[in-house]
Design a protein around this ligand. Structure first.
Ligand code: URA
Length: 433
């Protein structure tokens, strides 16, 4: 087989066979197919798309390109979630212990943040002592013991995706539905869970800017996951505004603890209850409404908070931070951004607020950047709130005074005011079961 013929076939809009897709993924992972031919094929896929059968094959080949986790010892109890990325998205920190407290086995491999979006691993590393790297043996034995383990992605999981994603990033081929679908779902398949809930975000702070695009992506991922033998649900959630009040790693851990203590029942709580209920419904095979009652009870009774304590402690984290959040890193500078107008807040653009937090040190502009775990933003006002001139809109947290001016400018460009109270946007657009 020749790579030239595979590229030509896709360029002409024809369907690739299993053998052709497998030839490409194996050859590219081994370094036998050069970047220039792989990028030509990605561009052909970008323009010509892929059929469902092609996308299933691509996903399976990528999932098998490296190590895969065997979780069969847990039967049907394994439950994973994936968010397509957003600002202030700390749902894993809340959902994972809720689901584990109800008997699910949550074995998660999470990513780091880049650009305006945050990553779960960065948030967990803000907890003093927490180990985001465990051996496979430790990972499995902890999951058996307490039903939960969350680590960073291990060395040889889906190497084909690592290479292809880096190539797509520099060849303007990231934004292709079959390529995104296979990239995300191959990692989920390799990570081994039987039940998967996808939190597909749409809006200014998300990868998919419109509900239409998010729905196409979600439909595709659900079909492909099911085609590969997994139970999959997708929840389409709003990311036009940041999720919750805190953006930044230690600040998000703090807010997650507040939600698990039952002290914060807002949009963040609602999204977490929804995602947890879908996961519980899948692994317990019960109606979602019944699952929701169990989830609410797990939070109200403190069972989920206890599970968080067990989990963080098992991975070396300082659990004193659960009762006293002053054990988490905190920034020496907290600078208020004051409103220069009276009126209703109508917009808090998630992408720009994420960028402002990144400038303060909460995120990375490039992969090499170092994160300040204490940096970030605490929002004091949300769209729909009445604001008086001189009131604080947010507090910027940082250890570097020189960053405040730029971060404030970007934050101010993210907020808009009006005379009328804006209509509340739905938090959940659709659920695909
Ligand atoms: N996230 C991924 O993991 N892969 C993509 O292709 C896009 C977003």
């Amino acid at each position: 087989m020749r790579m030239y013929d595979v590229i030509e076939k896709k360029r002409d809009g024809k369907e690739l066979t299993k053998e052709e897709i497998s030839f490409f993924i194996e050859g590219y992972t081994k370094g036998e197919i050069p970047d220039y031919q792989a990028s030509a094929l990605c561009m052909a896929i970008y323009f010509r798309g892929m059929t469902e059968a092609e996308t299933v094959t691509l996903t399976e080949c990528m999932a098998k390109s490296g190590d895969t986790l065997d979780l069969s010892m847990f039967g049907e109890l394994t439950a994973d979630k994936h968010s397509t990325g957003g600002v202030g998205d700390k749902t894993t920190l809340i959902v994972a212990p809720v689901v584990a407290s109800l008997g699910g086995v949550v074995t998660k491999m999470s990513g780091r943040g880049l650009g305006h979006t945050g990553g779960t691993v960065d948030k967990l590393e803000a907890i003093p002592g927490y180990r985001t790297s465990l051996s496979e043996e430790e990972f499995i034995s902890q999951s058996k013991r307490i039903g939960i383990a969350v680590i960073g992605q291990t060395g040889n999981l889906t190497p084909a995706d690592k290479k292809l994603y880096a190539l797509r990033d520099v060849t303007a081929t990231v934004n292709s539905i079959p390529l995104i679908t296979s990239s995300i779902m191959s990692k989920k398949l390799a990570a081994g869970s039987k039940n998967i809930v996808l939190d597909v975000k749409y809006g200014s702070g998300a990868f998919m800017k419109t509900t239409e695009d998010a729905e196409i992506l979600a439909d595709n991922m659900v079909k492909i996951g099911r085609g590969c033998g997994r139970n999959v649900t997708a929840v389409l959630t709003d990311m036009n505004v940041p999720l919750g009040n805190n953006i930044g790693n230690a600040l998000e851990v703090k807010e997650s603890i507040q939600v698990l203590k039952g002290e914060q029942k807002d949009e963040l709580y609602d999204v977490c209850v929804e995602l947890s209920s879908e996961m519980v419904a899948l692994f317990k095979k019960i109606p979602v409404d019944d699952a929701k009652k169990l989830v609410v009870e797990a939070i109200d009774s403190g069972a989920a908070l206890n599970k968080m304590r067990e989990w963080l402690g098992a991975q070396g984290g300082d659990v004193r931070c659960i009762d006293d959040t002053s054990y988490l890193p905190s920034a020496p500078l907290m600078y208020p951004v004051l409103s220069d107008k009276d009126g209703y807040l109508t917009e808090t653009n998630a992408e720009l607020i994420g960028t402002s937090a990144m400038i303060l040190g909460a995120g990375r502009a490039s992969k090499e950047d170092k994160i300040d775990p204490a940096a970030g933003i605490v929002l004091c006002k949300k769209p729909g709130d009445k604001v008086k001139k001189g009131e604080a809109l947010c507090y910027l947290h940082t250890s570097d005074v020189s960053k405040i001016k730029d971060a404030e400018d970007v934050f101010r460009s993210a907020v808009k005011f009006g005379d009328e109270k804006p209509e509340k946007r739905p938090l959940i657009y659709k659920i695909i079961r």
